[in-house]
Design a protein around this ligand. Structure first.
Ligand code: UD1
Length: 368
């Protein structure tokens, strides 16, 4: 008897991918008779704090296929991802691959699949920062141009894809899968004891995350960040969950002592999903250069200062709690002062950020 089920490979590689695939895998399981789904973990992120903890926190089973690709320069990492994934694809021959977000694994696997005539579904399509100095922007543009189904998380994505001439029939506004996970995990998040572990009080601390090459790779920008942290910590405690890339760069530039001497700065290892969201949910504000945290703070109604000149998620500025502050200390300190005085944006939750995005996506895929 031939297997009539559609074979699908869902791809994840780096930290921000795991919370996006969790609700998709849950939904695919509801269509057991229609789909045969396997999870491929490329191993772009491999530290237990950047990967394994998310599987535990999100209740996901271990990947069916692990590529173990690891780190490297942009070209080396992308090439290694492609070489490893091509072997899998030739063996597995799925009908579709599902990629999420904008990391190197997203781009590499899409490229391999489209050349082997395997259809690509891109979840979180259409986002554009219009800043080609960011590797993620190149990943977004190329992945979207190769995709056969584009699932969009906010209205700007529809506008961008239309301008780029993507056929309307391939584009679906389905909402934000990252918010599916946020809402689904809320009961567990509330139970995290990270605040008491760190001995901090709700509303009396800020959260800092930084990892963009543009912010952390050069000594000059790390010195500017140091100045900003000093100014903020003179008024409020700051909890800094340090990304491995930033830790490495601070070490390479000989700045370890410089950062460890700052009073009121609590530097910790990267947290798992549950603890991190609990930390954000009860913070006074977040200072970040992450993409996803701009969205999570918008839904949690926590003021977010984004240390970038642009964002591919404009709805978080138009409707949410996000403010772009770049790396200009005076701008950041002004915005931070406003937050302390309670003059922050209240914001509203964007359309379709309602916990049902994965349900919409999988239903559409079942109809293909
Ligand atoms: C990647 C994504 C970025 C995402 C971020 C979240 C790309 C181009 N970038 O950036 O969009 O926001 O993940 O974290 O895909 N490292 C470890 N352990 C790990 C992973 C990385 O120590 O498990 C260190 C390595 O020294 C590595 C560096 O971090 O060289 C950077 O890792 P990489 O995967 O190249 O990109 P990220 O900066 O993490």
């Amino acid at each position: 008897m031939t297997d009539k089920k559609k074979k699908i490979l869902v791809i994840a590689g780096a930290r921000p991918n795991f919370m996006k695939i969790a609700p998709l895998l849950r939904e695919f399981r509801k269509y057991k008779t229609r789909f045969r789904v396997n999870l491929v973990h490329t191993g772009q992120h491999y530290d237990s704090r950047m990967s394994d903890v998310f599987f535990r926190d999100l209740g996901m089973s271990m990947p069916d296929i692990y590529l173990g690709v690891g780190s490297g320069s942009q070209a080396v990492q992308t090439a290694n991802l492609m070489t490893a994934f091509e072997k899998v694809l030739i063996k597995e021959r799925p009908e579709w691959i599902v990629v999420v977000g904008d990391v190197n694994s997203t781009l590499a696997c899409s490229l391999v699949a489209s050349k082997l005539n395997v259809k690509v579904a891109h979840v979180e399509a259409g986002l554009r920062s219009f800043d080609r100095t960011m590797p993620e922007e190149i990943n977004r543009v190329v992945t979207d141009s190769l995709s056969d189904a584009l699932f969009v998380s906010e209205q700007s994505g529809l506008v961008n894809l239309k301008k780029e001439g993507v056929a309307k029939s391939k584009v679906f506004f389905t909402g934000n899968v990252m918010i599916d996970t946020l809402l689904y995990q809320m009961p567990k998040i509330e139970k995290s004891d990270i605040l008491s572990n760190l001995k901090i009080t709700p509303g009396e601390y800020g959260v800092l995350t930084l990892h963009r090459p543009g912010n952390v790779d050069e000594k000059k920008s790390l010195m500017e960040i140091h100045k900003i942290i000093r100014a903020i910590t003179s008024r409020i405690t700051l909890v800094y969950a340090m990304h491995p890339r930033t830790k490495k760069m601070i070490g390479e530039h000989g700045l370890n002592r410089f950062f460890s001497e700052i009073k009121n700065l609590i530097t910790i290892e990267p947290l798992g999903y549950i603890d991190f969201i609990k930390l954000v949910k009860h913070s006074a504000f977040v200072l970040t250069d992450s993409g996803g945290i701009q969205e999570e703070t918008t839904v949690l109604k926590i003021p977010c200062l984004t240390m970038r000149e642009n964002t591919e998620r404009p709805v978080t500025i138009k409707e949410g709690t996000n403010i772009l502050v770049g790396r200009d200390p005076s701008k950041i300190i002004r915005a931070f002062g406003g937050i302390l005085k309670g003059k922050n944006k209240r914001g509203k939750t964007p359309g379709f950020w309602d916990g049902q995005a994965a349900r919409r996506i999988v239903k559409i895929m079942a109809g293909f």
